[in-house]
Design a protein around this ligand. Structure first.
Ligand code: 5AD
Ligand code: SF4
Length: 390
């Protein structure tokens, strides 16, 4: 039976499940737009989909275990529904490429974060009988892949200003799965923001693994503070000052400083929230993490920020149970958290990531001890937030 155009369009349905960070949320939103342009309708359950895609995270083992569990539960559906395509995209596709097809034979394709613009073609090829497909290592290209031209967004939109990371913190998988740092030309970023404002967006969040090194390697001479200035100028001339708000993250303490804080103070549209991960309150641990700053330097930075950006918020990430973290090191973290009174802190138990430098260190803090330290820090941070609200 010949399908009419309308029936064919209606039969193409995709379900996308996103795990992990805002970068993944951004990538999934762009992929949805791209698939919609190719005639797909986005649906809200795997049962009603022709293609089910998991956009995944590899930052901690727990995130990967969740994907193995969730995708595994689709085996019955796949057996019942001939032609159902299952894809794993994002960081875990890169990191676990050697084991996914073996552990999850129901998966049809893997696609890394640097290749997501190819997903619609991959699905077409599988429909035409191509078998398993792997599309990886696109992150090695210097260019961030172009997505669809139009974006369908609500009031808030993420805008990627850079991708990848050159910092190689010893615990972190990101440089291996998202590749080396590349910045987008400011013209592209400003054009995207202009369109978003015209579409009614009220809040824009600039994304990058390390936004403060924005501009390195670009032909134009620009840094992150320069980019913020241009964006503020655009926003205040198109939407009226104070109308569209612009936030950003993440900032690495080794690259943030008073210039940035003054820009946050002076530019009307910039949201006064700084996400500045400290990771540990022990110099010994910071060195083994390859963070390239000391606790004293971090405290000075946080102090400068609070002095310059009056009423500004500061948030942080902290890892407990890093290899070699003794009770005295952990006390250092408790002390710095008490002293700095973060407005938010995201606390993680160290998880060894194969391929990273720290994976070669002995994971010598027991799970029980990691849990104890995690609970203690969470409790402390909760108390801080309660006292701030009073
Ligand atoms: N184990 C635990 N936490 C990690 N993070 C990154 N890698 C790991 C790991 N291997 C945390 C860091 C980072 C946040 C996004 O995730 O705190 O800032
Ligand atoms: Fe990972 Fe460090 Fe890069 Fe952040 S700065 S993405 S923690 S390597």
């Amino acid at each position: 039976m010949q399908l009419t155009m309308k029936q064919e369009v209606a039969s193409k349905k995709v379900f996308i499940r996103t795990l992990g960070c805002q970068m993944n949320e951004h990538d999934s939103a762009r992929l949805k737009d791209l698939l919609t342009e190719r005639g797909y309708a986005v649906c809200d359950s795997p049962e009603s989909a022709d293609a089910v895609i998991f956009n995944t995270c590899s930052v901690r083992k727990h995130a990967e275990d969740r994907v193995y569990g969730k995708v595994g539960t689709l085996a019955k559906l796949k057996a019942k529904k001939t032609g159902l395509i299952i894809g794993i995209i994002g960081c875990m596709a890169e990191a676990r490429r050697d084991e996914i097809f073996r552990r999850l034979p129901i998966v049809d394709f893997l696609c890394g974060p640097g290749d997501l613009d190819k997903v619609p073609d991959i699905i077409d090829k599988i429909k035409a009988g191509a078998g398993h497909i792997m599309c990886l290592e696109g992150y090695k290209s210097k260019i961030i892949p172009g997505f669809s031209k139009e974006r369908k967004t609500g009031e808030k939109a993420y805008v990627k200003i850079m991708e990848g990371c050159d910092n190689f913190c010893s615990y972190c998988i990101v440089p291996y799965v998202r590749g080396r740092e590349r910045s987008r030309p400011s013209k592209d970023i400003l054009n995207e923001i202009k369109k978003l404002i015209n579409n009614g967006v009220k809040e824009i969040i600039l994304l990058g693994q390390n936004v403060n090194s924005y501009g390195r390697g670009l032909k134009e001479k620009i840094d992150f503070v320069g980019l913020l200035g241009k964006i503020d100028n655009l926003v205040s001339t198109s939407g009226g000052p104070g109308y569209v708000k612009v936030g950003f993250f993440t900032s690495h303490p080794k690259d943030a400083g008073p210039e940035l804080f003054k820009a946050m103070r002076d530019l009307n549209s910039i949201i006064k929230i700084l996400h500045l991960p400290i990771q540990s309150g022990s110099d010994k641990v910071l060195k083994r993490m390859n963070r390239k700053y000391t606790v004293a330097k971090y405290k000075k930075l946080a102090g400068d920020y609070r002095k310059i950006v009056k009423g500004g918020n500061i948030s942080s990430d902290i890892i407990v149970g890093f290899p070699g973290e003794r009770e005295s090191d952990f006390k250092g973290t408790l002390n710095v958290v008490k002293e700095l009174q973060f407005d938010a802190a995201y606390i993680f138990k160290y998880s060894p990531r194969p391929g990273t430098k720290a994976a070669k260190f002995k994971d010598d803090v027991t799970l029980e001890e990691k849990e104890r330290r995690h609970a203690l820090l969470l409790g402390l941070q909760r108390d801080i937030l309660v006292s701030k609200r009073r």
